[in-house]
Design a protein around this ligand. Structure first.
Ligand SMILES: C[S@@+](CC[C@H](N)C(=O)[O-])C[C@H]1O[C@@H](n2cnc3c(N)ncnc32)[C@H](O)[C@@H]1O
Length: 204
């Protein structure tokens, strides 16, 4: 099924690309949604539990947030720094909720910078599809680690299309370890996969 048809099932519009202007593009990456065929593999292979709360850093038009909320009926939060894109995710939210009234879990979106977002102690799953430079990623991961040190809990990072800059940083400078790799069938690009990072038991 095509991307637009899958959007229709959720009653949202998330296809397309939005570039930043040159100055912002230095640290902030463009909007582009995680492909539905990849999300389908994540759904099949990753066990979101009823107590999970997901945070998508750089949620764009919200595809990942709506997809997870719809299939797992758990709370999802999205943060987006591009004002136009944020307005689009809010439009999507009102369209989506017309069809998803029966789902009681909250779905929320915030306009702002991921690196400034105050992580709640209930957040357990952090999603990244290359939203920004590794410089900002460092700051966000640091915020996650501080939050976990303050309120001890199991947390996962889910990276789609992981870049060496992100994976080298996690390997060399953080306690996170790879817990799983979820491949996308038929992918020709080796980066078309998810890497799940988890804190080892020794951390706790
Ligand atoms: C590749 S898109 C991913 C969209 C969505 N997570 C998905 O997978 O479908 C990255 C998004 O991150 C946003 N972004 C870039 N820098 C950001 C920042 N510092 N804080 C929040 N969002 C940011 C971009 O505007 C863009 O919408």
């Amino acid at each position: 099924m095509g991307e637009r048809k899958q959007d229709k099932l959720l009653n949202i519009r998330t296809s397309g690309i939005r570039e930043w202007n040159d100055y912002m593009a230095f640290h902030y990456n463009r909007y582009e949604a995680t492909p539905y065929k990849a999300l389908k593999e994540l759904k099949k292979n990753y066990s979101f539990t009823a107590t999970d709360k997901v945070l998508d850093f750089g949620c764009g038009r919200g595809r990942v947030a709506f997809y997870i909320h719809n299939h797992f009926q758990i709370p999802v939060t999205g943060i987006e720094a591009n004002q136009k894109t944020y307005e689009e995710v809010l439009e999507n939210k009102s369209l989506y909720l017309r069809k998803a009234k029966h789902i009681t879990a909250p779905i929320e979106f915030y306009y702002g910078l991921a690196q400034h977002y105050i992580i709640d102690k209930t957040h357990t799953c952090f999603y990244f599809f290359n939203p920004f430079s590794v410089h900002i990623f460092r700051k966000v991961v640091d915020n996650i680690l501080h939050s976990v040190e303050k309120d001890r809990r199991k947390v996962d990072l889910i990276l789609y299309y992981p870049t060496p800059a992100y994976t080298d940083f996690l390997k060399l400078s953080t306690p996170f370890e790879i817990a799983d790799e979820i491949k996308v069938p038929g992918a020709t690009d080796v980066k078309e996969k998810f890497l799940i990072y988890r804190l080892p038991d020794e951390f706790f």
